[in-house]
Design a protein around this ligand. Structure first.
Ligand SMILES: Nc1ncnc2c1ncn2[C@@H]1O[C@H](COP(=O)(O)OP(=O)(O)OP(=O)(O)O)[C@@H](O)[C@H]1O
Ligand SMILES: [Mg+2]
Length: 320
């Protein structure tokens, strides 16, 4: 059954076909920051690696259903698959079986719209919906792009990364000309950033120049920008997934927490301004945000496989 949305939702796909650039770290910690700001948030793990699911502390062994079931079985009620993990933070989790969905859906006519259809049944229950896409431009990512209104590109400030962005934008453009005409690129989040490197500064300048040059063209990235702040390299961000904790729980005083909090604040302010322009009052925080717990030194509950820092599927594509 489809529920009509009354209030606008901000549905964002975090996408980059290059592996290990900070997609999951950004999606999880931004989702946590939105939730801590009192905004009803849904985090969707669309990656068979299930890193976002592990990052928020969900035990895969305890799951009977996951996003795989939502995609392949349209009789499943997505609400029954969603897990509430923290105040204002719900998760549509993934298991490694998600890898089979691409093959199983290969001949299904509406295969790129499965996630969108499922999300439509939720109405406006979640104001912010953040989708962690896998490092590929396959059917799972296309489901994310069909369901989203916005794309945010987590990336590192490397010259080769810029080339990958060209291929990624091509995919977004194709999607916006067909299945999802409302899709827009909001911008890039620079992850593991070292602002002192001349190389990083040059890449940032290149990116800004690229987006500025597109301002008067009818592209989905016409209003895109290099989002601030940049996310500094911070070991605490790499450690917290092993504890099933977000950075705000694991190391609330770390630079990584400050960066993601500031990034979320900027995105919330911009969203609230848009709501006000439409005559909609932004929701007030539904729960007082509890002070973050001190960092613990308890043993890890969940061991996340060492993430692959190297590129898994870098597309050899010309710079856009
Ligand atoms: N700002 C940061 N500082 C230090 N380490 C980071 C930072 N951001 C991410 N990492 C670490 O870098 C690795 C890759 O990050 P992440 O898993 O978020 O990338 P990804 O793009 O989701 O990867 P994949 O393509 O495999 O899904 C992880 O080990 C993560 O903990
Ligand atoms: Mg990931």
């Amino acid at each position: 059954m489809t529920t009509t949305s009354n209030r606008p939702r901000r549905i964002i796909a975090f996408m980059n076909q290059k592996g290990g650039v900070g997609k999951t770290t950004t999606t999880v910690n931004l989702a946590a920051a939105f939730a801590r700001a009192g905004r009803s948030t849904l985090l969707i793990d669309l990656d068979p690696q299930a890193h976002a699911t592990l990052h928020v502390g969900i035990d895969p062994a305890a799951l009977e259903t996951s996003v795989y079931d939502v995609l392949v079985d349209d009789k499943i009620d997505v609400a029954s698959v969603i897990r509430r993990t923290r105040d204002n933070l719900a998760v549509l989790p993934a298991l490694t079986d998600l890898v089979a969905a691409e093959t199983e859906l290969a001949t299904v006519p509406d295969r790129q719209k499965r996630l969108e259809k499922a999300l439509n049944t939720l109405g406006d229950k979640y104001e912010f919906v953040l989708i962690d896409c896998p490092p590929s431009l396959g059917l799972l990512t296309l489901n994310g792009l069909a369901a989203a209104r916005e794309v945010i590109i987590p990336m590192q400030a490397h010259f080769l990364a810029l080339q990958g962005v060209g291929k990624l934008l091509e995919t977004v453009a194709l999607m916006s000309q067909g299945l999802n005409t409302k899709l827009r690129v909001t911008g890039t989040v620079l992850c593991m950033h070292d602002g002192n490197l001349m190389h990083s500064k040059e890449v940032v300048a290149d990116l800004e120049q690229f987006f500025d040059a597109a301002r008067d063209q009818e592209t989905p990235w016409r209003f895109a920008r290099v989002l601030r702040p940049f996310i500094r390299r911070n070991i605490k961000l790499a450690e917290c997934p092993s504890f099933g904790q977000t950075i705000f729980e694991y190391a609330p005083a770390a630079p990584g927490a400050a960066d993601y909090r500031d990034l979320a604040d900027g995105l919330i302010k911009e969203w609230d301004a848009m709501l006000l322009r439409q005559g909609i009052t932004p929701p007030v925080a539904q729960v007082p945000v509890a002070p973050a717990p001190e960092q613990t030194d308890r043993a890890p509950e969940i061991i996340v496989p060492a993430s692959n820092q190297s590129s898994k599927s870098p597309a050899a594509v010309a710079k856009a």
